[in-house]
Design a protein around this ligand. Sequence first.
Ligand SMILES: [Zn+2]
Length: 348
Amino acid sequence: MPLPPIDTDYLLEFLSRLLNTPSPTGYVHRAIDFTEETLQAFPELQISFTRKGALVARWPGRQDDIPRALTAHADTLGAMVKEIKSNGRLKLTKIGGFAWNTVEGEGCTVFCRSGEDVRGSLLLEKASGHVYGALVNDLKREDDNMEVRLDARTASEEETSQLGVEVGDFVAFDPRVEITNGFVRSRHLDDKACVACIVAGVKALHDAGLQPAQTTSLLISNYEEVGHGAAAGIPPEAAELVAVDMAAVGNGQTSDEFHATLCVKDSGGPYHHGLSERLRGLAEEHGIPHKVDIYPYYGSDGEAFWRAGGDVAVALIGPGVDASHNYERTHLEALVATTQWVIAYLLS
Ligand SMILES: [Zn+2]
């Protein structure tokens, strides 16, 4: 049976709106709420939330003897206000694993407790070439050398406090979403691209009047970037878990921006061979453009569940994303391939 068609306009529209919804780990409610609103269009899904704030959509299948789960994460890299400096600027602490140079010069938003959002940009503390000369090149990009310059009149700790900014406020970096010739260039395609693939997969089955072969729970997790996202939220009866997360593109990697990848091993070791082989067979059967790869510095929510004691088969698939945890890019072809793979698994 051929796979049902995917509404690519819908996929890109949802993805673009999700990318533009800030959601650093710990401050993910806006992205979770937006995903919930979108999934409300599919009454066959039973939506609930974990106490930790993740979204779970239970999707009754034609059978219920080998229940399944799929997961993708809505949280992203970001930062938190560590200190208000005496000059009114902010020192940050990172949320998730990234290098400061990947966000140097980027616009950002500080989410204050009052509900105010304060805009600014992340810069090297000694940023002006005319003032600091070679230091602009030589200074190490580390916490103490980076600061947020707020777009507000402040030159002291007191004036910044009066804006409502406090230690512990979350900070999100601008995603700068741009879609050109099928390329999607943005921060945080990890893992919003895969949330979009799952949502587009739900819509494809819904529009075709199909239901999954097995009852399937969709977990949109909210703490993946710090390592424990899907540790909770997968129903205990689930026998299989397919984590949908970006594939790492770079020198020596088979992954690219035009294919979906099956990851067979990452920093956490090998994935489940039997489930991985089944997914590989489905990709071959349906002619889904795919690669098989190993990611050198990578962990997934599938492993988070394994480490938490989850007794399931776990596999990992996802679209190739260039320059991951940096200014990322993928292509619609990889998104479609990933969505097809999700659909083929759901129907199998
Ligand atoms: Zn990820």
